[in-house]
Ligand binder design. Structure first.
Ligand code: HEM
Ligand SMILES: [Cu+2]
Length: 560
């Protein structure tokens, strides 16, 4: 089968009795090929997406009507903790780094990552981190006293996490699982930085790097700076809980605010660690479907570097309500607002790329359009929240939840879907169904807006976040019902997507090596690419090497 995926080949050969299942599992479990590792990251993340999605639906069912007793308060606390932690650490980061793993070496004309074994190690330790988090559910009373999931929120504020307030081991599962996955994330970041710096093919100067590679490079640098404080905080918390240290124990001279600083010095850059790869996908997809080179490449690179730096210095906008004092708050208000400048440059450049282009609204492109629109709105509510007095009113309300889901779902998840439709033919050799793709898009878009547009309203009406139920007559019930209905739409859309992923693997149209008429190097390889990527190491002369090959009459290299 010339056009089979590695996965399908494995399935076929196993079914035909040519290879025992064990051998196939062994091959994947021991692989150091960046493409297989990338796929395993994505597969793992999709499983966690389903799990965390179920947790979200359970919460929305509970909140759909007032005075509901579908779920107990304890379980509700566990659900939002597990949902948030899973989505950020075991869905978001793995799926994005999965794409990075798959694409970065291909796009710079390399045969693999710089450290293939470290790459495998990083994947497995992250996967074990995720398993450990969920092991807390199955631990039951016997095993080291686990048996209930963590319930302290995804940012686990002190002093709630102290042994007195959170006895048992669920908080320890949370801590250790983030410690492990943090090590994996650092390993992957190290690999991406080294690969990008050292393994580029001939002619691939830094200013000819595909923007995707630039964005993963900067994301990885941010990982170095952000994960350290997280790891330190997890170790301190463990010391507090196990040997009676008092880092975060106010009564013994520790500081609860110290935890917040540690957590958000990690937590805010984390937001950008998730969003920059999403930008990366949009940077590749929008120009190809507008049939134009990206507008303002150097400005895009500069804006990314600026976002990287500034986002490291805005963490205390998560702490306006703590009482940092006027000087502290003022600094963080301005630092936060300044980010809108480079972000605005990016939005402008995407629009300028689309402007006057021959736009082709295939599924990857429509998801990018959704991304642009929703990211703009998320940025606007972000600016609103960055004004400290406004934040004081709404900090612990549903307005904030609506804001950050606009970023996390409206921007990041939309860009991810675009990436799936765009690179699927490269990975599997087959196209995803456009019809199902359009169904997916519209169902998900309607669901997204029903859920998150209307979630701002109960927030403005004073509905706090993390409440398990509420009484009737406060004007919240209609909005919560709409929000719940929207969530169902999103589920149906996602089911279309998963069905499309599986179905297209067997039935999809054969793609050929370059179905979108694109211009970056991964499209120069067969679909799927062989394990060594390139038989002959490519040489490039411009930012769009494949364009040069296809258009000898008007190559970019003439203008460089
Ligand atoms: C780019 C992707 C972004 C993501 C993923 C994101 C995510 C989040 C998250 C998870 C929170 C919740 C904090 C909490 O639970 O207390 C939050 C709060 C906040 N975000 Fe964003 N955000 C993003 C962009 C922005 C932007 C562009 C701004 C402003 C220009 C902004 C300003 C804020 C502020 C001020 C808060 C504090 C809310 C509070 O503590 O009450 N965010 N964001
Ligand atoms: Cu932040």
């Amino acid at each position: 089968m010339a056009n089979a995926t590695p996965v399908m080949e494995a399935i076929d050969e196993t079914l035909a009795g040519k290879r025992p299942v064990f051998e196939v599992v062994y091959e994947w479990a021991t692989t150091v090929d960046h493409k297989k590792i990338g796929l395993m990251y994505i597969f793992l993340a999709l499983i966690f997406l389903i799990v965390a999605g179920i947790e979200a639906i359970l919460m929305r069912i509970q909140l759909a009507v007032p005075n509901n007793h579908f779920i107990s308060p304890q379980v509700f606390n566990q659900l939002f903790t597990m949902h948030g932690t899973t989505m950020v650490f075991f869905m978001g980061m793995p799926i994005l780094f999965g794409f990075g793993n798959y694409l970065v070496p291909l796009m710079i004309g390399a045969r693999d990552m710089a450290f293939p074994r470290l790459n495998a190690f990083s994947f497995w330790i992250s996967a074990f981190g995720g398993l450990l988090l969920y092991f807390s559910y199955f631990g039951a009373s016997g095993l080291y006293g686990a048996g209930s999931a963590p319930d302290v929120g995804w940012f686990a504020y002190a002093p709630l996490t102290a042994k007195v307030f959170s006895p048992g081991h669920s908080t320890d599962y949370w801590t250790l699982s983030l410690l492990l996955s943090g090590i994996g994330t650092i390993g992957t970041a190290l690999n991406i930085v080294t690969t990008t710096i050292c393994m580029r093919c001939r002619g691939m100067t830094m200013m000819r790097l595909p923007l995707l590679v630039w964005l993963f490079l900067i994301t990885s640098c941010m990982v170095f700076i952000a994960i350290g404080p997280l790891t330190a905080a997890q170790i301190m918390l463990t010391l507090d809980r196990y040997i009676g240290a008092h880092f975060f124990d106010t009564q013994a001279g520790g500081s609860a605010v110290l935890w917040m600083h540690y957590f958000w010095i990690f937590g805010h850059p984390e937001v950008y660690i998730l969003v920059l790869p999403a930008f990366a996908f949009v940077n590749e997809i929008v120009p190809v479907f507008s049939r134009k080179a990206i507008f303002g490449y150097p400005a895009m690179v500069a804006a990314t570097v600026a976002i990287g730096f500034i986002s490291l210095s805005v963490w205390a906008h998560h702490m306006f309500t703590v009482g940092l004092g006027a000087a502290g708050n003022t600094f963080f208000v301005f630092a936060t607002m300044v980010i809108s400048v480079p972000t605005g440059i990016k939005i402008f450049n995407w629009l300028a790329t689309i402007w006057g282009g021959k736009i082709h609204f295939a599924t990857p492109m429509i998801f990018c359009v959704g991304f642009l629109f929703q990211f703009l709105i998320a940025g606007l509510t972000g600016i609103m929240l960055s004004a400290a007095p406004f934040d004081w009113q709404l900090s612990a309300s549903y307005f904030v939840v609506a804001h950050f889901h606009y970023v996390l779902v409206g921007a990041i998840v939309f860009a991810l879907f675009a990436a799936f439709y765009y690179w699927y033919p490269k990975v599997t050799g087959r196209m995803m169904s456009e019809t199902l793709g359009k169904w997916h898009f519209w169902l998900f878009l309607i669901g997204f807006h029903l859920t998150f547009d209307f979630m701002h309203v109960p927030g403005l009406l004073g509905m706090p976040r993390r409440i398990y139920t509420y009484e009737a007559g406060r004007g919240w019930e209609m909005w919560n019902l709409i929000v719940g209905i929207g969530a169902i739409f999103q589920v149906v859309g996602t089911v279309c997507f998963i069905f499309n992923l599986i179905r297209s693997c067997f039935r999809g149209e054969i793609a050929g090596h370059d179905p979108w008429d694109a211009w970056t190097l991964e499209w120069a390889t067969p679909s799927p690419p062989p394990s060594y990527n390139f038989a002959i190491e490519p040489t490039v002369h411009s930012r769009r090497p494949l364009w040069d090959l296809k258009h000898p009459e008007d190559p970019d290299s003439d203008y460089e």
